[in-house]
Design a protein around this ligand. Structure first.
Ligand code: HEC
Length: 144
């Protein structure tokens, strides 16, 4: 008898757990899990204060990320700038008074998601950045 009730209690708990997983899967499945959403969230947290929500920048302070060559250009050059501050030839000197921090400390997957987001929004239509692309650039900077 005791055995029986313990077992049915266990089954009920399993049922509740399965429902919980289903609900969680349903909620996260609709929104907020794709690489694009991840890129958008990270962009909002890390880059947006300077480059603005729509990538339009702030005149004289920080450049737009739309209509400029570096964001949609060669991935290694873009990554070299964002991660290590290696100045691309196409980024003019003395135009923007603010300084950009270096972001080598972010994870490969996070940098890939952010830059993929930047390259496919604000009117940009450039190729995806993968974690492998990031790892290759990181490889040139041992110890980071
Ligand atoms: C504290 C402000 C600040 C933050 C935060 C910031 N940036 Fe910047 N960014 C700048 C400034 C300032 C420049 C121009 C620097 C210069 O000319 O020396 C710049 C330049 C750039 C460029 C080159 C644009 C061009 O015109 O060629 C890219 C790409 C870029 N940032 C991407 C990012 C990304 C991606 C993030 C988030 C991971 C980020 N930035 C976060 C201030 C910032």
């Amino acid at each position: 008898m005791i055995k029986e009730s313990t077992r049915s209690g266990g089954l009920r708990r399993q049922g509740a757990l399965a429902l919980g997983i289903l609900l969680a899967g349903g909620i996260t499945g609709c929104h907020a899990t794709g690489p694009d959403d991840r890129g958008q969230r990270l962009y909002a947290n890390i880059c947006q204060a300077c480059h603005q929500r729509d990538g339009s920048g702030v005149s004289g302070m920080q450049p737009p990320l739309a209509g400029t060559p570096v964001p949609i250009g060669e991935k290694a050059v873009l990554l070299g700038w964002v991660m290590y501050g290696e100045r691309p030839a196409a980024l003019p000197r003395g135009v923007y008074r603010n300084a950009m921090p270096q972001f080598y400390f972010l994870k490969d997957e996070d940098l890939a998601a952010i830059l993929t987001y930047v390259r496919s929004h604000f009117g940009n239509t450039a190729s995806v950045v993968t974690a492998d692309d990031v790892a290759q650039v990181r490889h040139r900077h041992p110890g980071t």
